[in-house]
Structure formats: structure tokens, C-alpha cells
Design a protein around this ligand. Structure first.
Ligand SMILES: [Zn+2]
Ligand SMILES: [Zn+2]
Length: 110
């Protein structure tokens, strides 16, 4: 029976997360930008840390597009929601057009 080291096995979820012994993980060295979801690596002197967004209560990255001071709060999730709402609307519109066309056809046949 082979001796399988559980710590070197990847999680079934596909994240490829490597489990590090306590205190040696990289987790605390990175954060996710609250506006673009980019993973930012924090250097020791923290000079590459972006601005704090008080709306999200989280850190943004250094990108100007994500700067709360320049562009306000524009979270990635919100952008995604707006996009989804737009596609939903388009979908409803398509359905409405389809329905209208069908009704027109029915009227012509009647
Ligand atoms: Zn960002
Ligand atoms: Zn924000």
C-alpha cells in the first residue's frame, strides 16, 4: 500500500490549493481586489497596496480603474450583476418579440 501524503493532493474542487504547514502559507500575503477580483500580492513594505474602499470595506488594487478616489465604488460583483441584468433584459426582449411575431402570425391565419 502506497503511502499517500494528503497534503500534496489537490482538492477535488480543482483549485489546486497546496496545503502548507501552519505559518508558512502564502494566504496572508495576498488579497483580492474588491473591484476587479484581481489577486494582489502584498510586498513586505506594503508599498503596492491599493486604496481602501469604504463602500466595500475591502482593499482595491493599485489600478486607476479600481481606485475608489478616482472612480468610486465599482465592485466586480456589481459589474457582473449589471451585465446579467442586461442579458436578462435582452432575453426578455427577445421573448417578447418572438411572442409578438407568433401572435401576429396567429392573427394572419385566423
Ligand atoms: Zn482592481
Ligand atoms: Zn468598493
Amino acid at each position: 500500500m502506497a503511502n499517500i501524503n494528503l497534503h500534496t493532493l489537490h482538492k477535488p474542487g480543482g483549485y489546486g490549493e497546496v496545503v502548507m504547514p501552519e505559518g508558512q502559507g502564502d494566504e496572508h500575503d495576498t488579497y483580492t481586489c474588491c473591484h476587479c477580483n484581481r489577486i494582489v500580492r502584498v510586498l513586505l513594505d506594503a508599498s503596492n497596496v491599493g486604496e481602501w474602499c469604504s463602500m466595500c470595506g475591502r482593499l482595491a488594487c493599485q489600478s486607476k480603474r479600481c481606485s475608489p478616489a478616482l472612480n468610486g465604488c465599482s465592485p466586480f460583483e456589481k459589474k457582473l450583476e449589471a451585465y446579467e441584468a442586461k442579458t436578462r433584459f435582452q432575453h426578455d426582449l427577445d421573448k417578447a418579440v418572438l411572442w409578438a411575431n407568433t401572435m401576429a402570425e396567429v392573427k394572419l391565419r385566423a
